[in-house]
Ligand binder design. Structure first.
Ligand SMILES: [Zn+2]
Length: 93
């Protein structure tokens, strides 16, 4: 909702030479940032678990690899969604 308002402001900004001050709050940006951070946390947990498995001499430490790869992709997707939104919406800061 907030974002639609900001997007409208952006369209005006392209038409108008006047600079609209940067807006520090954007629901979409915050949500995307939280998703990115959440994926980083999940990845950290998996890496810690795999590290512990190796330390413990667990021969099946490779079982984490597919999960790690999946979460890594999820993290990248979240990161690029966040960056793309901030770039197109200019709502960083
Ligand atoms: Zn935004």
């Amino acid at each position: 909702m907030v974002c639609q308002t900001l997007t409208a402001a952006h369209r005006e900004r392209r038409i108008s030479p006047l600079r609209i001050p940067r807006i520090g709050f954007c629901d979409v940006k915050n949500r995307l940032q939280r998703s990115f951070l959440q994926a980083i946390r999940e990845l950290n947990v998996l890496l810690a678990e795999q590290t512990q498995a190796v330390i413990d001499g667990d021969p099946d430490f490779g079982r984490f690899d597919l999960l790690i790869q999946t979460v890594q992709e999820k993290k990248d997707t979240a990161k690029y969604a966040w960056i793309a939104h901030v770039e197109s919406h200019q709502c960083e800061g």
